[in-house]
Design a protein around this ligand. Structure first.
Ligand code: PLP
Length: 392
């Protein structure tokens, strides 16, 4: 019956079995281990003959509830929660890749994913090729005989380029390559990559899933067969999510659909308004009619999401002055919060790249990223307009 329900209902009504205390809201199982009735039950559970709670590095009811919700929301068969988004990404790669394998990825990737691919995977002789996603025809050329996994983010950070998930998934099936999608910017209420053929979906739960900037977490969703390999790896290597964070994220999922609608409507209104502002050179937002991938956005996204990026005249110095002139929004290294966050990628998150590398992924000196929050849109606009005017 449960799979016939709508996502909003599943996000609310998927809950750990009620305990003898008859609680309404889900309880928190803040325990590192579980007790056995007798030696035989203990033996059988350790031997995998009996399913059940043993130790919270393997399984915990609060974590399981969050995992069950995420598997249902993404349309996967199983899920594993991890301590952070990066733990979800790294452990998916480490569990499924072998020495000598090759990975294809979109060039504009989250910074730490880029670091894993370029600095750490080479230690195990795992190589990668980046693809410029503006040229969709380049994907197939990058696939080699030893390519095992293709990794994409869509929309990308911070330029909000889109990858055609169905197109890339067809290529992956043709070449027997696993497709991993980081769905952090969209969330399953806006985009469900498994419906378009993705094999693995990962999230940083730290972002919209939490939605209030409180805790770190991640999740991997896939088929039972793939999750079996990932779980076996993680059971021993230990990137587990804390039960407290899982409880918090599970409660947050109850309001995710409403929050994504509001983030998206605020963001669309902001993007439309920014186009008319003097000193704004360009505005990037998937559901702007002038956006280069508008049709693709309509095909695979139900809303535009909460991130708007724009270019302000005046380069790096103007970008920094803009941040200094902000009064209400936050200058912080996060996104997907109820509070609006502004950042200047050239001088912060992407400062370690060379100018040429930044331009390759579309990060021009005056680029500003806004993670549009849930405040009243007129207050967000007022703060941004004041900062544009006061940074001249
Ligand atoms: C797209 C994307 N993927 C992964 C991550 C990593 O997540 P975490 O910080 O939870 O490890 C982030 C963090 O900003 C992100 O933006």
């Amino acid at each position: 019956m449960a799979d016939k329900q709508h996502l909003e209902t599943l996000a609310i009504r998927t809950q750990t079995e009620r305990s003898s205390q008859r609680e309404h809201s889900t309880p928190l199982y803040m325990t590192s281990s579980f007790v056995f009735n007798d030696a035989e039950q203990m033996r059988a559970m350790f031997a995998d003959e009996l399913e059940g709670n043993i130790y919270s590095r393997f399984v915990n009811p609060s974590v399981k509830e969050f995992e069950n919700k995420m598997a249902l929301l993404e349309g996967g068969e199983d899920a594993l929660a991890t301590a952070s988004g990066m733990a979800a990404i790294f452990n998916s790669m480490a569990a499924l890749l072998n020495a000598g394998d090759h990975v294809v990825a979109c060039r504009s990737l989250f910074g730490s994913t880029h670091t894993v691919l370029t600095k750490f995977l080479p230690k195990w002789n795992i190589d990668h090729t980046y693809v410029d996603i503006k040229k969709q025809s380049n994907w197939e050329a990058a696939i080699k005989d030893n390519t095992k996994m293709l990794i994409i983010e869509t929309p990308t950070n911070p330029t909000l380029d889109l990858v055609d998930i169905a197109l890339v998934s067809d290529l992956c099936k043709k070449h027997n390559v696993l497709l991993l999608v980081d769905n952090c910017f969209a969330t399953p209420f806006i985009q469900r990559p498994i419906e378009f053929g993705a094999d693995i979906v990962v999230h940083s739960a730290t972002k919209y899933i939490d939605g209030q900037g409180r805790g770190l977490g991640g999740v991997i969703v896939s088929t039972k067969a793939i999750m079996k390999d990932i779980k076996a790896f993680c059971r021993s290597t230990g990137p587990s999510m804390s039960p407290f964070n899982a409880w918090m994220f599970s409660k947050s999922l109850e309001t995710l659909s409403l929050r994504m609608e509001k983030h998206s409507s605020n963001a669309l209104e902001l993007a439309d308004w920014l186009i008319e502002i003097e000193d704004v050179v360009d505005v990037y937002y998937p559901l702007l009619k002038t956006y280069h991938s508008y049709n693709l956005a309509l095909k695979q996204m139900s809303l535009g999401g909460g991130i708007v990026t724009f270019e302000i005249k005046g380069g790096v110095e103007r970008g920094r002055s803009f941040l200094d002139a902000i009064e209400v929004s936050s200058l912080t290294a996060n996104l997907g919060d109820s509070r609006t966050i502004v950042s200047h990628p050239s001088s912060t998150t992407h400062a370690k790249l060379t100018e040429e590398e930044r331009l390759e992924v579309g990060i021009v000196p005056g680029l500003i990223r806004v993670s549009v929050g849930l405040e009243h849109i007129n207050d967000i606009k007022k703060d941004i307009l004041r900062a544009i005017n006061n940074s001249k």
